[in-house]
Each structure stands twice: as C-alpha cells, then as structure tokens.
Design a protein around this ligand. Structure first.
Ligand code: RIB
Ligand code: CA
Length: 325
C-alpha cells in the first residue's frame, strides 16, 4: 500500500477522501488547514470522521489557520457552520496531536521512503513545508491535489476555491519541482453527487454508509454538486481511473479577474479537428511557442486529470464503505 499524508479541510468531500485513503492506502497521518472552515472546526471534523470509521489510530496534526498573505476565505455556504453539517455527530473523544502539521510533513517525508502527499484543501501547509525543507519536493514521490481547473474555476470564473484561497502557496508549490497530479474541477465535474449514488451508499446499511449518505444529503442540497476531493485519492489507489494530459500549468497571482487561476496550456485544443475527435488524453506533443513568446521554453510540468471513469469511481467508493463497520 502506498504511504500517504492527507492534508485537508473537512469538508464533506474531504471526509470521503479520508474514508478512501484510510481503507485503501497506508495513511500515515491527516494534517488540517483552514479552508472550507476554520482550522479548529476542520480539525475537529477530521477527528470525527476517523472516529466514525474506527480509525483512531490515524493521527491528526493541525496546520495553518489560513494564508500568510491574504485573509482566509471559508466555504461555510457549502459545508455549513461546522464545516461538516448534516449528520448528528458527538464531539470526538481524541484530541489532535500537539505537533504542527508542517513539522509532521517535513519530518515524515525526510525520514520515510516513498511518501505521497495528497492535498484536498488550500496548499498553505504544503507550501510551508517546502519552504521549511525544499528537499521534500524531490524526496516525496508526488503531490496529488484537488485544486484548480484546466478550463475554468468554480469560486470565480477563473479560479477554483483551494487555489483561490491561497494563490501564493499554490504558486510556491507549482514552482517547487515536486511531481504534481492535478485533479481540477474540469475533472471533478465528471463526478456528480446523484440521488442514485446517495441511495446506493445508504443501502450499504452499515454505520459508515449511513454517515456517508447523510453527509451527501446535506452536501447535495445546493444542487449540481460534485465529489471533488476523493477523486484525487482514487487516482492514487487506481492510477487508471483517471486519464491525464501532461501540460504546462502556472498560477496567476495578479489578475484582477483571474487571481488563483491555474493557467493551463491548452493550445493543443486549437485544432481544426472536430471537438469529438480531440483525444484529451493523448501524449501531448508540446509545441514550443514562437520566439518572442514569454511562454517559449515552458515545457509541461503537471499531470492534469482530464477524464474520470465515473462508474468505476462509484464502485470504488461503495466497495470501500462496505469494508467499514
Ligand atoms: O473547489 C472544491 C474544493 O474546495 C474541495 O476541496 C472542497 O472541499 C473545497 O475545499
Ligand atoms: Ca477540501
């Protein structure tokens, strides 16, 4: 089983990322970051989820409450005041670890072979860890993120929430050299929370299945919602579940309208081929822009998730939840 550290901001979809990782990967620890909710709430929620699934052996390390250069933006409109509204839960028995998330990430990656980092919230902790010890960018096997979008955002027309909340952190991470697998909203749009999916989960009939269905009952109230975060974990568990294109991606910091955008080089889409004939997952033949272009020489640097095997994803979620109590 691949060793992973999951940095998250639970968050209903983060909860599914935790449930997938804890059952199918060697989850060394969960670190928390301000994002969907305030740090105290997302940390409590991580403890609640791990307790619900009977995995109180997995430690939880609180990290940064928010970005260092901009005020924290939370998504309580989506996840509720607690960050995990919906199911009735009792306060967690466990306390979080006293060690800071960034210390845990740096110490673990530098002392353990083949650790994969997964981030399903703003990249504040990941950037801080790279700032603390730049060597983790080459020591870690890879960083899988739910964040960004190849074509558009969700929090703004250009920017996805996780990148928008801490664009400076994302810029640092995307320029660190760590191998990045990006699950953007272009991918997670293919992962709808449908009534059929919710009822399939509820009918599993165990405690975890009921809890998961109740999470989705609340999460789907907004309509047209997608299960973003677990797609990043599913990609590690089953590499073929997502087809990718290897593209150049950079982070916009200064655009009035585009701050937080994952600017993705999609020039290969500008072809006279009919849309249907464009294979988004072909090995993209990188064509260096003309001399004089500021993009000349900027080669592909990010594995961009382009196509999800949604039926397999749903089966993986159900198969995983069935293994819990
Ligand atoms: O834009 C979706 C992302 O923002 C997900 O990670 C969700 O949990 C929120 O953090
Ligand atoms: Ca999240």
């Amino acid at each position: 089983m691949r060793k992973v550290i999951l940095d998250c901001d639970p968050g209903h979809d983060d909860a599914f990322a935790i449930m997938l990782a804890a059952q199918n990967l060697d989850l060394l620890g969960v670190t928390t970051v301000g994002g969907n909710g305030y740090l105290e709430n997302v940390t409590r929620n991580a403890l609640v989820v791990l307790e619900k699934i009977g995995r109180t052996d997995v430690p939880v390390y609180p990290g940064h409450a928010g970005p260092s250069t901009t005020p924290l933006v939370i998504a309580d409109n989506v996840h509720g005041k607690s960050g995990l509204d919906g199911p009735v839960v009792t306060p967690p028995i466990r306390k979080p670890e006293t060690k800071h998330a960034v210390d845990f990430i740096v110490e673990t990656v530098m002392s353990t072979e083949h650790v994969t980092l997964v981030a399903t919230g703003p990249l504040t902790n990941i950037a801080a860890a790279i700032n603390r010890e730049p060597k983790i960018a080459e020591k870690a096997d890879a960083l899988y993120i739910m964040g960004g979008g190849a074509y558009a955002g969700n929090w703004t027309p250009a920017a996805e929430f996780n990148i928008y909340v801490d664009a400076e952190a994302a810029y640092k991470v995307f320029h660190s050299g760590i191998p990045i697998y990006m699950v953007g909203v272009n991918l997670t749009r293919q992962c709808p929370v449908t009534p059929e999916f919710i009822e399939r989960i509820r009918s599993i009939g165990n405690t975890t299945g009921v809890f998961a269905a109740e999470l989705l009952d609340f999460f789907s109230k907004g309509g047209d919602v997608h299960l973003h975060d677990p797609c990043a974990v599913a990609w590690i568990i089953e590499p073929d579940i997502i087809k990718e294109a290897f593209l150049h991606v950079d982070i916009e910091l200064n655009g009035t309208l585009t701050r937080g955008m994952t600017v993705t080089d999609l020039r290969f889409l500008q072809t006279d081929k009919p849309e249907a004939d464009i294979d988004l997952t072909s090995t993209y033949k990188w064509n260096d822009p003309p001399v004089g272009s500021p993009f000349r020489g900027k080669e592909p640097n990010v594995h961009v998730g382009m196509r999800l095997n949604y039926p397999r994803f749903c089966d993986l979620v159900v198969e995983t939840l069935e293994k819990y109590k």
